[in-house]
Structure formats: C-alpha cells, structure tokens
Write a protein that binds this ligand. Structure first.
Ligand code: DC
Length: 219
C-alpha cells in the first residue's frame, strides 16, 4: 500500500513550501492539487469565460485535459499538451481557480486524477479537500493554517522580493475573500477533517513546521 499524507489549509499557509520540503526528506512525491485547478482556470481565462458562467464552464470541461509530469522531482502541469507550470502562479489565475473550483464537473475531473496518482505512489498531497474527500483514508492528515495578517505579510514579502510594490491591505482583503469562498462553497469546502492534526504556523519558521509534521508522520 502506498503511503498517503494529506495537507489541507487556506491560501498562503505555506502548504506547498512545507509539502515540498517533506517530500524531499521522506522520498515521497509531492502533488500540488491547486496547480490543477489553476491550469483549468487558465483555460477558462484564455477562452474569455466568466467565472460565474456555470453552464459554459460545465460544457467545456470535457475539452480540457490536465495531467501531471515530474522533471527532476518538480511537478509540471500539462494543459492540453502544453506545459503551463510557469503561467499559473498569478493572482488572476488564483482567483479564477478559487471561483471555478466551486463547480461539480471541475472537481469531479480533478479529484479522480488525484486519487489515481495516490493509489500507486507514496504521496504528500496538498489542497483544500484532500483529507475530507480526495484521500479520506490518508495515513496522516494535517490542517495547516496561519493568521490572515501573517499570511498576508508572507505574500507581501514575496512580492517585494520580486521587485513589486504590493498593497498590504489589498493582499489581506484578497486572502479573506478567498478563505471565505473556499470554505463556504457547497461542494467539498475547505474544512479540517475530524481526524486531521491542526498545525498553526503563525509563530513557526519553515523548518519548525517541517519537523513538526515529519514527527507526526513517523509516529
Ligand atoms: O492552493 P492554491 O492557491 O494553488 O489553489 C487555488 C484554488 O484552487 C483555491 O483557491 C481553491 C482551489 N482548490 C480547491 O478547490 N481544491 C484543492 N484541492 C486545491 C485548490
């Protein structure tokens, strides 16, 4: 049986950084499920489809093929044959992913891809519904969170490091809106699974979070 570790939590809690570091240390494959929702969102944006147009979104889902490949251990997302890994990390794509991930056809398609990946491979998978819906029998479930201020500050610092001049209040507001949408949607909302361990990273550095979670995995 493959070892499955689920990490869920709100946007900006550090899930991908932490999951990547744990994957490297433990020899697991890191599966970033948000990247799959982002790849679909990129398709909708390119097609000029409104995030509220459920009928149109549902009708084009069958035209979209999202797959994952690994190069030197890093996940690449393939959208209809095109490697879009470098194009999906924008606020625009993130917000579109949050808005369009509420629709059942979008979720059904990506959840089955995620479940296939976890069947045969030792994975650490991060997202919003991994412990609750995608891998309900995961060996270890972590719910990783941090305060809104702390997540906004991290995002702010990232953008400053990239040479941008971000607006802190706008970032915090975007995070709050995304939290609300992700946790109030009808299907598979973001929520802590009953058997998940809560880790609040507000007052911890990356190494401390990684060590904390590895100690739960080893237990
Ligand atoms: O983790 P992220 O910011 O890359 O995710 C982008 C959006 O995709 C997120 O706001 C909600 C959606 N998502 C989801 O609904 N379920 C997942 N398992 C992962 C992401």
């Amino acid at each position: 049986m493959a070892m499955n570790v689920a990490i869920d939590g709100p946007a900006g809690a550090g899930k991908s950084t932490i999951a990547k570091a744990i994957a490297a240390k433990m020899g697991y494959v890191y599966v970033d499920t948000g990247a799959m929702y982002r790849a679909m969102a990129l398709y909708f944006l390119r097609e000029g489809i409104a995030p509220t147009d459920e009928a149109k979104i549902s009708s084009v889902v069958d035209n979209i093929l999202v797959s994952i490949k690994y190069e030197d251990g890093a996940q690449h997302v393939i959208l209809n044959g095109e490697d879009v890994t470098g194009m999906i990390r924008t606020e625009e794509v993130g917000n579109m992913a949050s808005s369009t991930s509420v629709y059942a056809p979008v979720r059904t398609k990506l959840v089955s891809l995620q479940q296939e990946l976890a069947k045969t491979t030792d994975v650490i998978m991060d997202g919003r519904d991994i412990g609750t819906v995608v891998l309900p029998n995961a060996d270890v479930k972590i719910f990783l969170t941090a305060s809104v201020e702390c997540r906004a500050k991290r995002r702010f610092d990232e953008l400053v490091a990239k040479g941008e001049t971000p607006d802190f209040d706008k970032i915090a507001k975007d995070i709050e809106e995304r939290d609300y949408r992700d946790s109030h949607r009808e299907i598979s909302p973001l929520k802590q699974a009953d058997d998940a361990i809560l880790v609040d990273s507000s007052e911890m550095n990356i190494d401390q979070v990684v060590e904390t979670i590895i100690s739960y995995i080893n237990k």
